[in-house]
Design a protein around this ligand. Structure first.
Ligand code: SF4
Length: 72
């Protein structure tokens, strides 16, 4: 799957999350900002868990998987 298709698929899946599941916009932006400056982020994927951070960060109950330096 091409990267743009993956990102579109992620956006669609995020839109389908309920408000109970979904991170609010402010927190979502903060999480992604932390990821942007993280050495473990490569091409949108967290090397600690293998997730697309745009998807992982959208879930309220998720957290940064780096136990040694949990950024969110
Ligand atoms: S380790 Fe945490 S901060 Fe770094 S890319 Fe993964 S989720 Fe983001």
């Amino acid at each position: 799957m091409a990267e743009e298709d993956v990102l579109e698929s992620i956006a669609i899946r995020i839109q389908k999350l309920s408000s109970k599941e979904k991170t609010d916009d402010e927190l979502y932006a903060k999480r992604l900002n932390e990821c942007k400056s993280c050495e473990h982020l490569i091409s949108g994927v967290c090397m600690k868990c293998g997730c697309y951070v745009e998807f992982r960060a959208a879930f309220k109950k998720q957290n940064c998987p780096n136990a040694k330096d949990r950024r969110w």
